[in-house]
Design a protein around this ligand. Sequence first.
Ligand code: NAI
Length: 421
Amino acid sequence: MSVVSVANVEKAKGVLVIGARDLLTPLAADRAKELNVRIERSTAQAKTSAPSTPRTAPIPPAVNTPTPFASNRPIRQQGAVQPGALSGALYRRGAPVPSQMRVDNVQSNAGLDSRPKTAVIGAGHVGAMTALRLAEPSLFSRVMLVDIVPGLAAGLALDMWHSSGLRNFTTRIEGSTELSALQGADYIVMTAGRPRQPGMTRTDLTGVNAEIIGGVADGIRRHAPNAVVVVVTNPLEEMTHLMAKRTGFPPNRVIGMAGVLDSTRFCSLVALEGIARPQDVKAIALGSHGAEMVIPLSLATIDGQPLEQLLPADRLSAIVERARDSGAEVVKLLQKGSAYFSPAESAAVMVAAMAKNSDTMITACVQSSGAYSVLDTRIGLPVRLGRDGVKEIIELPLRPDEQAALAEAARSIAKRISELG
Ligand code: NAI
């Protein structure tokens, strides 16, 4: 009997033939699903092979060493297990850690891993949660968390990595204070910056966060010149503009995160009316991440039925208003700092959509470049994301009042951006 590990699965090309009595670890089974590797169990043990795998030694005789769990199960002698092979006692505390699963090797093996790499800058509320959300689906080989506070990113990364066995993920999370750690990142989420405090508008953050964006953008340009950057730092449209300007990256590779969040906030608030689950409400938020947010009700549906036929107009405008002010509502309740669970989830959704080359429509802050006949500026519009960022802006039919509100939003954003100098 051999133990078939994640390493065997990752080396297989499409199909992995294993022996009838070979033991497939749960992690390897999960990895096979992720990589679309078919596991075929041969009926004849003699003919089978787990390609490119060292075989385990015959199971050694049990010894009666007591374990901390006082188990009656026999434990295996450490010395009898060949390097690289798993012990028979897969889940028992104290079992030898096979070399390919040791943390130091997971790190060095990341170079051989063909999955994309991500980085998150700022290990505060939004950044830390984004890093975890990015790691959990095991889509990426690595998430690098970077923060200027010594030890913060490394400590959080290690803490998150400790949960990998429980959450069953294989993405290595690491932390650093250095922007040079961005080397090789395919996707970078920028969350560094001050959050709002009660009574502050997002625009109040412009000065301090512009400075942070500038320094970080220089680092991204130097260390990850091919990355796609998702900007989260507020004020969103201004910071997305500054990031694009300072990195010199093309418009498809600098995208602001707001539309996914504002859309999901609206949908979740509609669900509070008791007429549908949040995921059944289809609606999008365009325009700015703030006062000029535009939620085109003509496009909002539940199971294909127009939302305007399901709720009275005054209820709907109250929900739009609450969605628009949701950030401030959370800030006021928290008294310190701003929302981070749903913002982190939203940023992770965007990065995953790119990594999967997904064709799903989402809304994001992008360069309008003539779309919707609004001023050419950074504004929330529906887009399709692909591996290299924005694939295309999707032009949806808007009602004249919605089109006018979007044009007004573009004018206000363009004015704010022009004031940045
Ligand atoms: P936070 O204060 O919890 O974390 C910010 C982190 O950035 C801190 O750990 C700080 O040390 C770090 N940092 C500061 N300068 C840095 C630099 N030069 N390099 C690396 N790290 C640096 O703030 P939180 O709650 O995580 O919010 C972060 C930003 O995201 C704020 O600007 C906030 O307004 C914005 N935000 C945007 C949302 C959106 O929808 N676009 C939603 C929620 C927050």
